[in-house]
Design a protein around this ligand. Structure first.
Ligand SMILES: [Zn+2]
Length: 464
């Protein structure tokens, strides 16, 4: 018997179940047959067209889906119809209310010493300039430097924050830079600045500015905030090295009321424990500049394709798979919090949550955050993922942005982490378009998702 684990590891892709347990490790509860089925589904999905069709149709027939815009409503209608066309067992809409922010126009120019236009985009949530604002520019390498500056250095000026984002596979360069985007206007406004310009939170050197959400404090003057494309930030840096710089900014944007959007939900009813759910999905909304292909049309497409395959009798999940196309992730996980609030009474029936929201790069790591009791079964999933080029990651994973509210309520989560090396070249820009998606990488995602979701749905939990 002691030889069996070794034999299993070397001879079988599907791993070992039953009594074939390595010493000092509890057996997972998935059967060999379930593992074999998952491997077949995995291989089959590498040649599927469903995900590509979803993201192509969504980005072509709807395009950008900024919260509260007419295309937000169009996107919801489109998604509901697509779920129905794909034959999901149950399709529902759940209302989500949010503040409506509108972008009308945005322009910036160097006034002196060398007149020229600058490529900018207003940050989400920003107020407008109320006409053309002209002021000298003051340089800060980071938001911390701005924080440390005396008020008189900043008052009456346009603050420029120059921190550049680093390119990494896991997007770890984003966090340290995004503070300048979300909080720059608060810090600058408190010191009397008239506007803030940041270097885009992005890793490209294209002339596309990256938008994204920013915040005000109610008791601090609200000043307009915009991002410069990376080459334009370089230009501003060089201009400042030559002496005093004056820039004009003309932004028309702002909050104009509230809007009711929707989470669009599709279910595959579980065959063994239908009352227990696994929440998967992506966010249906996007920013307005591109067509929201990578962020997050791809995530919606990948999870829809995986869930759709599980509708067939030969692939029925044990638990119910609840595919959520979340509303308004971009402006503060608003759909995700609405989902958690609407399902508060059935939180205990949520077995697992996981979202795809990091573009369309290949899945390269499998991260988990589940109970010790369930971990051996989740470990059984890994050998089926591994042939897709996936590594085993850590045990303290998040489940994706829209899963945060569920994780806060104690729901186990996993993440199929994607290669995000190029993600922030396009993130929140006009350049986030369908051509950035590699269909083969997209299908590798679907293959990983179906493996995870099918197997997780069959893991017996306590009491089952
Ligand atoms: Zn996203």
């Amino acid at each position: 018997m002691k030889l069996l684990p070794l034999l299993c590891l070397s001879a079988l892709l599907v791993g070992c179940g039953g009594e074939q347990t390595p010493p000092n490790q509890t057996a997972g509860a998935l059967t060999d047959e379930q593992l074999r089925t998952a491997a077949q589904l995995r291989d089959e999905m590498l040649a599927s067209n469903v995900a590509w069709e979803v993201v192509e149709d969504l980005t072509t027939e709807v395009g950008a889906r900024m919260p509260g815009t007419p295309s937000d409503a169009k996107g919801v209608e489109w998604m509901e119809q697509r779920f129905r066309d794909l034959g999901f067992d149950k399709v529902t809409l759940e209302p989500v209310e949010y503040p409506l922010w509108e972008r009308h126009h945005e322009m910036a120019n160097v006034v002196a010493p060398f007149e020229q236009p600058l490529a900018i985009t207003a940050l989400g949530g920003s107020v407008g300039t109320n006409g053309v604002l002209v002021a000298p520019v003051v340089y800060f390498a980071t938001i911390d430097d701005l924080q440390a500056a005396a008020d008189e250095e900043v008052a009456g000026k346009i603050v420029f924050i120059n921190k550049r984002m680093e390119k990494t596979i896991d997007g770890s360069g984003y966090g340290p830079v995004v503070a300048g985007r979300s909080g720059g206007a608060k810090v600058a406004g408190a010191k009397g600045a008239v506007a803030v310009l940041i270097r885009s939170v992005g890793t490209d050197s294209d002339r596309f500015a990256h938008t994204g959400m920013m915040r005000y404090d109610e008791d601090i003057p609200k000043i307009p905030a915009a991002a410069l494309s990376n080459p334009d930030a370089d230009q501003v840096e060089r201009l400042l090295q030559r002496g005093a710089l004056t820039v004009s900014i003309d932004i028309s944007a702002g909050f104009t009321g509230t809007y009711t959007g929707h989470n669009v939900i599709a279910e595959v009813t579980g065959s063994r424990w239908p009352e227990e759910v696994i929440v998967i999905g992506g966010h249906l909304d996007s920013w307005d500049l591109g067509t929201g292909a990578l962020d997050d049309g791809a995530g919606v497409a990948v999870t829809t394709a995986a869930a759709h395959r599980l509708l067939s009798e030969d692939a029925r999940p044990g638990r119910t798979i609840r595919m959520v196309a979340f509303a308004n992730e971009e402006q503060g996980l608003i759909g995700a919090y609405a989902y958690a609030a609407a399902h508060e009474t059935e939180i205990a029936q949520h077995f697992l949550g996981s979202e795809s929201d990091f573009g369309a790069g290949r899945v390269w790591r499998y991260d988990t955050n589940v109970s010790e009791a369930l971990l051996p079964s989740f470990e059984q999933i890994f050998p089926i993922l591994e042939p897709l080029g996936i590594e085993r990651g850590g045990l303290e994973s998040g489940g994706g942005p829209d899963i945060i509210p569920l994780q806060q309520l104690g729901i186990p989560v996993v993440r199929l982490s994607q290669d995000g090396t190029d993600y922030f070249d396009y993130h929140h820009t006009a350049n986030d378009t369908l051509d950035k998606i590699d269909p083969e990488a997209l299908n590798q995602n679907v293959a990983a998702w179906i493996t995870l979701v099918y197997l997780a749905s069959h893991i017996p939990a306590e009491g089952n």
